[in-house]
Design a protein around this ligand. Structure first.
Ligand SMILES: [Zn+2]
Length: 199
């Protein structure tokens, strides 16, 4: 750090826990907050604390929400026969913004990754499969990313779900290979959903 301050060191370390933030960026953020009026830092810390307290996981789909169940799960205008499985909440938000998909979601909060000790238990795959037991869901769309881990996760889930007699499809063209679903634009995502193919 540029100055001798344990408090600043702690702030820099806190920023560094965020994805994509290295030491130099973390130091820049910390210095910027010290240079700005105290109210700026106060607003940031209050916003973080409030969001953290208000936002929870939907007990049905595991998406992030301020009400449980979330607005999608609670809505009577959604098609409850279709379930779209995504890795992270931003992917569900990106599909929602496309405005075409009318089904429900299930958020895994990750992908299978043996190197990081992330297996089916860590992803709570059991919770997803239990949602299918009622028989209301007729199709599951696997919209995990097109990375190696996303594909492996889709393959694993497709076998588990197909064994339950539920139709499984995988989003197709449009999402770039190795790309994140949440980064694809609305039109691309809509095409990818419409172009899904059975697996
Ligand atoms: Zn929900």
């Amino acid at each position: 750090m540029l100055i001798n301050s344990p408090a600043m060191d702690r702030l820099v370390e806190a920023f560094r826990r965020l994805p994509g933030v290295g030491r130099r960026t973390a130091e820049r953020y910390a210095m910027q907050l010290m240079a700005a009026p105290a109210a700026v830092a106060g607003e940031l810390s209050e916003a973080v604390a409030r969001a953290r307290a208000a936002v929870t996981e939907c007990s049905v789909c595991r998406n992030l929400t301020e009400q449980d169940p979330c607005v999608v799960c609670a809505s009577d205008r959604r098609d409850r026969s279709v379930l779209c499985v995504v890795e992270h909440p931003p992917a569900a938000l990106a599909i929602e913004k496309g405005g075409v998909y009318r089904g429900l979601y299930h958020v895994l909060h990750g992908v299978l990754n043996p190197l990081d000790n992330v297996g089916p238990d860590e992803l709570k795959v059991g919770a997803l499969l239990r949602r299918l037991e009622g028989g209301e869901v007729r199709e599951v769309i696997l919209a995990t990313n097109t990375t190696a881990e996303g594909e492996a996760t889709a393959l694993y889930l497709s076998r588990q779900i197909a064994a339950m007699g539920v139709q499984v499809s995988r989003i197709a063209h449009g999402v770039p290979v190795g790309g994140g679903v949440e980064y694809a634009d609305d039109a691309t995502l809509t095409r990818a959903l419409e172009g899904r193919r059975p697996v």
